[in-house]
Design a binder for this molecule. Structure first.
Ligand code: PMP
Length: 306
């Protein structure tokens, strides 16, 4: 059901009327960048980090975002406010804009910023505590010297294909390896394992610099859980005591099995449970307030406080 208000083309419009041109290079070539953001309990979680990452992605593809960081943050909050979001998911994207056919972005004079905010979110249909099943994808994560995995671009076809493959093989999620065969990440989440030594996640050279990933690393430090950023192989994942995925949409999700191998006991382990609880607490208690901020200045000031 398409309803609510969407920010696109420089104005708020009813969802049914919001559109981008068929000549938009975001559509024609996947030329653009985006963020997936969550709101919990009337606050936008980690808004300033998402805005920062959006601008970093845009810089990498030489895309001029048609607003300042403060304006973009204020637009996210305002879109949530107009859609009466308490708990929801926000999609913020910037497309290259309409131009002629042909790759050259110089013919696209006006990049377009779009904000969509929806109440309610589900990624995996299983109960979070049951854990998900994963398979290793035959697709490799983009090589770091191709389109960098750090760029959160509108080119998600590799991830879409891996997702389809997971579904075909009866799994909830796909794990992508990097070009060297190390574990990179899942289709929309970062991967962590718990070994006898530490909590381990791959370095960000082969995956998206996930905001949930960095939040988990900080929470681990606060909880006194030893954490390392180290490449690891499938064998390490198969033989881990615990494993979980994390991302804005997924939050922290235990992995019950990978490629038919049960991870640990097949139920969420103690480190995963502690991090799930700590993350759950953090998202409910921090973030930029949606409904209190009356002016852009107030919204902007608040968005940089947490
Ligand atoms: N990897 C990929 C490929 C993703 O699309 C996402 C979702 N944005 C993540 C990891 C998790 O990132 P974040 O925690 O910032 O949502």
């Amino acid at each position: 059901m398409i309803d609510g208000m969407i920010y696109a083309g420089g104005a708020f419009r009813p969802a049914a009327e919001a559109s981008v041109s068929v000549f938009d290079h975001g559509l024609l070539y996947g030329d653009g960048v985006f963020e997936g953001i969550r709101a919990y309990n009337g606050r936008v979680f980690k808004l300033e980090r998402h805005i920062e990452r959006l601008f970093e992605s845009a810089r990498a593809i030489r895309l001029q975002i048609p607003s300042t960081r403060d304006e973009a943050a204020a637009l996210v909050v305002e879109t949530c406010r107009r859609n009466q979001i308490v708990d929801g998911y926000i999609r913020l994207l910037v497309t290259r804009g309409a131009g002629d056919l042909g790759l050259d972005p110089r013919g696209c004079p006006r990049p377009d910023l779009v904000v969509i905010a929806r109440a309610g979110v589900t990624l995996y249909t299983r109960k979070p505590t049951d854990g998900i099943t994963a398979v290793t994808s035959s697709f490799r994560r983009n090589a770091v010297d191709a389109t960098s995995p750090a760029i959160k671009s509108l080119n998600y076809l590799n991830n879409v294909l891996a997702r389809i493959e997971a579904t075909d093989r009866g799994a909830d999620e796909a794990i992508l390896l990097d070009r060297d065969g190390h574990v990179a990440e899942a289709t929309a989440d970062n991967v962590f394992i718990v070994t006898e030594r530490a909590l381990v996640t791959p370095p960000t050279s082969t995956n998206l610099r996930g905001i949930t990933r960095e939040t988990i690393l900080r929470l681990a430090e606060e909880l006194g859980i030893r954490a390392e950023e180290q490449p690891f192989a499938l064998f390490d994942l198969w033989s881990a005591r615990e494993a979980f995925l994390c991302g804005t949409m997924a939050e922290v999700v235990p992995i019950a099995s990978v490629d038919g191998r049960t991870i640990g006991t097949g139920t969420p382990g103690p480190t995963t449970m502690r991090l799930m609880a700590a993350y759950g607490e953090l998202v409910r208690t921090t973030g930029t307030p949606i409904h209190r901020a009356a002016t852009v200045e107030a919204v902007v000031a608040a968005s940089y406080r947490v």
